[in-house]
Design a protein around this ligand. Structure first.
Ligand code: G6Q
Length: 541
């Protein structure tokens, strides 16, 4: 793909910056009063999801200008190029084809002249065979006992998606076994996960694209030692399977490549939960529900590919992100799912958005002069309301918000869903419209308290909702954010698919490990690093 021009040189970008000055200060109360149809105009539906973006800090003319920018940055052309296997991840010379993971078997998507879809479905078939055997007890441990506990060992993209999905899909999971997730190199993570477990009934899925990641390999080695100390070396083959692209390393670990589930270098870690990295998800919910999850992803892929820009959810969500971060200069984004099953979704999105677009140089290697990825954080509602919403309502930083809601619930708990959704709707209303000093006074509030009880409003939010959280709507929600992230990266002119920023700490750790292992050896570290090595060595021993 040719290098893009710089964002700052685009006519539509300059028009947006001018537009911002022209419409400020934007007041949502006045905007809603002036346009009774604002909510209808700013509500968009696709792939089972409805997005109400009417409470963004925009005027009628704002979105058309943002869509001009999307066109000038060639968002549709770039999206088509990604879908067809172009090497968009040019700093690592890789195609970006997570969409092929959920393509139907009849699709043909070529990388280097060969169609990747048959291999995707071959792997899905092997995963289904293994998952079914584990779920129905046909796969037994080395002593003939049924597997009751599955422990996924992986980190980053090999952990966050599966861990999030396991929680999100609780209503659909088998009760015949449970899944646990170990990621941190802190031994507390593994030791808590295996505490009280019967090794004869425990199976480990070692999830690592590279099979070299320090944390995962340390955890896998300790898990192996735990199992071997109780069941002997010969048990490894029945209690360990791998998800990886590195067959040699998997074999060296002692896992039969017949029990390895592969994927490909065109699947980035944070875009991999619908590849074999989702093996624990399939084990938990079964192949049919996993297919529904993939169908949900694919439905959003198709919506993103075919919907006109003005009614294209990922384009709208992405351009709202560009408006808030780069034009308004708002440096954060709160993602607030009003759904307990999505409690891990903000952590999942942190990686998806911040590892993808937390970049400071563009295609040309030039520092950007616009703000790229915001700081992403969040918490399931209503818990967040009793924690950090104070700052969102009355703090000095304006935090854009994505609310996520479902009309119905999988549980039979009476009024709970009504109360939950009422809170979400009321919070969005409060953030947008606030409460003026005059209104506070009119309630009879003593004058010294008026300022404290005033809410400034004009705090922007989007409201995303679907009928119900299902495997399919989860898939389409994730694909929505994947593609919105893509749209933002294209507009900003950055590579959303590499992650060089994680390398420096990893490489420095090699020397620090040596230092902590031999603290008296001569060192060339700075004085602070040396002091910390000496101090923490004493504590670690
Ligand atoms: C994601 C990153 C990163 C990766 C982990 C685990 O996009 O690439 O989070 O998933 O570092 O890597 P392995 O799967 O190779 O162990």
């Amino acid at each position: 793909m040719p290098l893009r021009s710089r964002l700052a040189d685009c006519g539509s970008w300059k028009a947006l910056v001018a537009h911002r000055s022209a419409i400020e200060p934007l007041d949502l109360r006045s905007a809603f009063a002036a346009e009774p149809g604002r909510a209808a105009r700013c509500t968009t539906i696709g792939a089972g999801w409805t997005l109400d973006w009417s409470k963004q800090l925009m005027q009628r003319g704002t979105m058309p200008l943002l869509l001009d920018l999307a066109r000038e940055r060639e968002v549709p052309e770039r999206f088509a190029a990604m879908l067809s296997g172009a090497r968009l991840n040019w700093t690592e010379e890789r195609s970006v084809l997570h969409t092929a993971l959920r393509a139907p078997p009849t699709a043909a998507i070529e990388v280097d002249g060969s169609n990747v879809v048959p291999a995707v479905h071959d792997t899905l078939g092997r995963m289904a065979h293994f998952s079914t055997a584990l779920r129905n007890g046909a796969w037994l441990g080395s002593t003939g006992k049924r597997i009751r506990h599955v422990i996924n060992i992986g980190i980053g993209g090999s952990d966050l998606g599966p861990a999030m999905a396991y929680q999100a899909l609780q209503p659909w999971r088998t009760r015949e076994l449970d899944c646990r997730f170990v990621s941190n190199v802190d031994g507390n993570d593994l030791s808590i996960a295996i505490e009280g477990l019967d090794p004869e009934q425990t199976l480990f899925i070692i999830c690592s694209k590279t099979f070299t990641t320090q944390e995962t390999m340390e955890n896998a080695g300790s898990a192996r030692a735990w199992l071997v100390s109780r069941l002997g070396e010969d048990a490894v083959g029945r209690h360990f399977v791998a998800v990886s692209t590195n067959e040699a390393k998997v074999r060296a670990f002692g896992i039969d490549p017949g029990h390895m589930f592969g994927f490909w270098d065109w699947v980035g870690g944070r875009y991999s939960m619908d590849s074999a990295i989702g093996l624990s998800t399939m084990v938990a919910v079964g192949p049919e529900r996993f297919s529904e999850l993939l169908a949900g992803f694919h439905a959003m892929d198709e919506h993103a590919r075919t919907a006109p820009l003005g009614s294209n959810l990922p384009v709208l969500l992405g351009m709202i992100g560009v408006w808030n971060a780069s034009v308004l200069g708002l440096p954060t984004l709160a993602v607030l799912p009003y759904e307990q099953l999505l409690a891990r979704f903000p952590a999942y999105l942190q990686q998806l958005l911040m590892e993808s677009n937390g970049k400071r140089v563009d295609d040309h290697g030039q520092p950007v002069s616009w703000q790229t990825c915001p700081v992403v954080f969040g918490e399931a509602g209503t818990n967040g309301q009793h924690a950090f919403y104070q700052m969102l309502h009355q703090g000095t930083t304006i935090v854009p918000i994505d609310f996520i809601c479902f009309r119905t619930a999988a549980h039979p708990m009476g009024r709970h869903r009504l109360l939950l959704n009422a809170n979400a709707i009321a919070q969005a209303q409060a953030f947008a419209f606030g409460r003026t000093a005059a209104e506070v006074r009119a309630e009879g509030t003593p004058e010294p308290l008026v300022a404290h009880r005033t809410f400034p409003g004009n705090r922007p939010s989007s409201f995303l909702w679907a009928e119900a959280l299902t495997p399919a709507t989860l898939g389409s929600l994730i694909a929505l954010y994947e593609h919105a992230t893509f749209v933002e990266g294209v507009v900003w002119g950055i590579n959303s698919f590499d992650q060089w920023g994680v390398e420096l700490g990893k490489s420095l750790a090699v020397d620090v490990i040596k230092g902590l292992s031999a603290p008296d050896a001569p060192s060339t570290h700075d004085s602070s690093t040396d002091a910390l090595i000496r101090a923490l060595h004493a504590k670690a021993t």
